[in-house]
Design a protein. Structure first.
Length: 261
């Protein structure tokens, strides 16, 4: 493992900062000052010190989190509750979220201190699929579905979206959905608009642009009122996790994600 990566994963600082610490001569490997950040070390054998204090690598960790709506994907915030605030029982120093979900979006969010794992999942060239369940005001025609599946424009000076996959679960009216799904908790309209069309389904994308699912559906005339990420690659959200709960990924799940890449 590279020395700068080892120190960053051990919560000494960001990869950028630990490179500065190393070049300033603040780090020793087996008693010798090392000033080259890219040097390879054996994290299981070599003795690493920062300002003469032993640095212990925590090992790699991987968490699945069921994100509730209303919290933001960040480490800290002066106003809003963050996803990190839910991790009260584990040390989250050096652990970061893999990608992000909007404040009002629920579902699967991963956390790790493994930079390579995060890079593989988020790298655009890897085309890792993310599956979302949505409820939206509006309706989707066959032409709309074709546009979503072939790629469409969602912003000026942006390239077309990559081809997506969509599976419409049902079309109906707000009144019909309200009875079945209690969608009033997501979006409440005046009773004289109860016949407004509503559509639900799954959208699978392989990109991660800002507000992408909402913008794609808006481009075909639909306004998302509920959004939940249900899977990343071959990993599906564990529905035994209540909103705000998390668990460690098992080895099979980690390997499955890496295999998908």
């Amino acid at each position: 493992m590279r020395l700068d990566k080892f120190l960053a994963e051990s919560s000494i600082g960001s990869r950028k900062n630990v490179r500065i610490y190393i070049k300033e001569g603040s780090v020793k490997v087996n008693g010798q000052v090392i000033t080259e950040p890219a040097i390879d070390i054996n994290e299981n054998v070599d003795v690493i010190e920062y300002f003469d204090k032993l640095v212990i690598h925590p090992g790699k960790v991987y968490y699945m989190f069921h994100k509730p709506a209303g919290c933001i994907t960040a480490r800290k915030d002066e106003v809003n509750k963050t996803v990190i605030d839910y991790f009260n029982e584990v040390d989250m120093n050096g652990v970061f979220h893999v990608g992000r979900l909007d404040k009002d979006t629920e579902g699967l969010l991963l956390f790790t201190n493994d930079g390579d794992f995060e890079h593989h999942l988020m790298c655009p060239q890897k085309h890792v699929e993310k599956k979302y369940f949505f409820i939206a005001l509006g309706s989707l025609t066959e032409d709309d579905v074709n546009k979503l599946e072939k790629g469409l424009s969602i912003g000026k000076d942006e390239p077309l979206t990559k081809p997506a996959k969509i599976n419409i679960i049902r079309n109906g009216t707000y009144k019909e959905f309200e009875k079945e799904m209690d969608i009033k908790k997501f979006y409440n309209i005046d009773s004289n608009r109860y016949n407004q069309p509503v559509v639900s389904g799954y959208l699978i994308i392989s990109e991660g642009r800002k507000h992408q699912v909402k913008r794609m559906l808006k481009a075909v005339g639909c306004y998302v009122i509920y959004l939940k990420r249900v899977s990343i690659g071959g990993l599906t959200l564990d529905e035994t996790l209540k909103k705000g709960q998390y668990r460690t990924l098992v080895e099979e799940e980690i390997q499955m994600l890496l295999k998908d890449l």
